[in-house]
Design a protein around this ligand. Structure first.
Ligand code: SF4
Ligand code: SF4
Length: 492
């Protein structure tokens, strides 16, 4: 007897029907009654095809059941026992100088994050750059505190050399605007050089908003620079951790400046990026404040990156609370989307875009691939969070990327080598999670972020359900994800 066996999938319900998320291909299928019944018959009990036909004989005729079995076999939702399952192929991305003979194609650099300074005028208690979990000594280390204009120009040349026709340059810090003169001249230089080379370049920055003075806002508006603002919510939440060096809270300084920016900068959505901690976890209140009282159109949340011992680290119960609140806000997002209205909970929008595009990641993010970070002296690293760390250096803007180091990093960090993740249905979208978080938690980028698996799976399931609801009730809404351009990755 040849026994049928379920393959890797995740079942979920939405809009009153069953859906199947196929793990190896990251494809989603809406199931009809008979296909659901066949899957149920194959799961849990060992049955041959004849056995399945017999088990369902009272509800469905034999030929229809056999057809459903054939359909499920063809998409590899089920297979035959002892037949090897398909795994995530261990194929490295193609990198120009590392191409083995006979392979074609490249993954160009898409986003370069330039740390124009490693200094900050705030002293946020939880900051990964300055707190106890820091990996680069920005105060006493050998890196310059500010990037020079020369290094910035060399960085632009590096980006334009390494990118395809479109390049994103994100300015980052420290507090980015502490080095506004270099930012200003780099935008002008980047535009000119991109035009000369027939490429397109766009600019964005991340800021704590303390230095958003009228002349800086005018520059950002005139130059169409995208802005992400790190802010944690209403006054008492913002001032809990986001304080000046003298301990004073920053809310009263940033709130009016952000409002002015939002009033004047209309060409691009200005995003708020909230760091959640165990002490600031009232997501609904934060969202309402930032959208209704401050005026943000987009708000994204992320749990603080920290070692587990810190008091502000989010523990198991905190993740449960976070998930419940995310789910509630996601329902609001769904209600708006069903009526083609905008809702600014950007965590949902980003996840649904990935689901819609069938993203299946061999790596958790673009770090070391399409995204690279540059430190104040022009060293190139995995991403902005590793910029300045010699242990994670991948070259310099002058000499280019060290392809051997890059390939070695990608070899070590491939999802196929994360054995803890090998049976996880959420791995096409998670792929082990942020390298920086893993480094802070476990001391190495190669370790999957196992402390938040339940949260990741719970949230991914929620997003799949939203996707199922939309695909049944307002499929036209999903078409907007087809039109989305390749965007710069959120940089925080
Ligand atoms: S880190 Fe956890 S949730 Fe993410 S892929 Fe690995 S096992 Fe799954
Ligand atoms: S997810 Fe983590 S490793 Fe990846 S780019 Fe963001 S901070 Fe860097």
């Amino acid at each position: 007897m040849i026994t049928l066996a379920p393959r890797e999938f995740h079942l979920f319900q939405a809009a009153g029907r069953d859906f199947l998320y196929l793990v190896p291909s990251a494809a989603i299928f809406a199931l009809d009654d008979i296909t659901s019944a066949v899957l149920a018959a194959v799961t849990g009990t060992k049955r041959s095809e004849d056995g399945v036909v017999d088990a369902l004989a009272e509800r469905f005729d034999g030929p229809t059941v056999r057809e459903a079995v054939a359909d499920l076999l063809s998409v590899r939702a089920i297979g035959y026992e002892h037949e090897p399952e398909s795994r995530t192929p261990r194929v490295l991305p193609l990198i120009p100088a590392a191409l083995p003979t006979g392979r074609t194609g490249v993954i160009p650099l898409t986003t370069m994050v330039m740390n124009v300074t490693n200094q900050c005028n705030l002293a946020c208690t939880y900051c990964y750059e300055y707190g106890e979990d820091k990996i680069v000594d920005t105060e006493h280390g050998r890196k310059p505190k500010f990037m020079s204009e020369q290094t910035a120009r060399e960085s632009v040349e590096f980006l334009l050399r390494e990118s395809g026709s479109v390049a994103h340059l994100t300015f980052f810090g420290g507090e980015t605007l502490l080095n506004f003169p270099v930012l200003q001249s780099t935008v002008a230089y980047g535009r000119r050089r991109a035009a000369e080379l027939g490429k397109s370049i766009d600019f964005s920055l991340t800021t704590n908003a303390t230095l958003l003075k009228p002349e800086i806002i005018a520059f950002l508006v005139e130059n169409d620079v995208g802005v992400t603002i790190s802010i944690d919510g209403p006054r008492e939440m913002q001032d809990r951790f986001r304080v000046f060096h003298n301990g004073a809270g920053s809310y009263d300084v940033v709130a009016p400046r952000i409002k002015e920016l939002l009033k004047r900068h209309r060409s691009k959505p200005i995003a708020a990026r909230v760091t959640l901690t165990s002490a600031t976890l009232d997501i609904t209140r934060i969202y309402r404040h930032l959208t209704e009282e401050i005026g943000f159109g987009e708000v994204g949340f992320a749990p603080v990156t920290t070692s587990p011992g810190q008091g502000y680290a989010i523990g198991e119960r905190g993740f449960d609370s976070m998930l419940a609140q995310f789910r509630a806000l996601a329902q609001e997002w769904l209600a708006c989307s069903l009526e083609n209205r905008h809702h600014g909970f950007s965590n949902v929008t980003e996840s649904l875009e990935e689901i819609h595009k069938g993203v299946s990641k061999a790596y958790p993010c673009g770090a070391g691939l399409g995204l690279l970070g540059v430190s104040t002296d022009g060293d190139v690293a995995l991403c902005h969070r590793f910029a300045g760390s010699d242990a994670h250096k991948l070259g310099t803007v002058r000499d280019g990327v060290d392809r051997d180091a890059q390939v070695a990093f990608l070899e070590r960090n491939h999802i196929a080598d994360k054995t803890d993740c090998s049976r996880c249905w959420a791995r096409p979208l998670c792929s082990g999670g942020c390298y920086h978080e893993a480094h802070v938690r476990y001391g190495t980028t190669t370790h999957p972020n196992l402390h938040y698996c339940e949260w990741i799976r719970g949230w991914t399931d929620t997003c799949l359900r939203l996707y199922g609801e939309l695909s049944e009730r307002n499929p036209a809404f999903l078409a907007r994800f087809d039109r989305e351009e390749v965007k710069a990755e959120a940089v925080v």
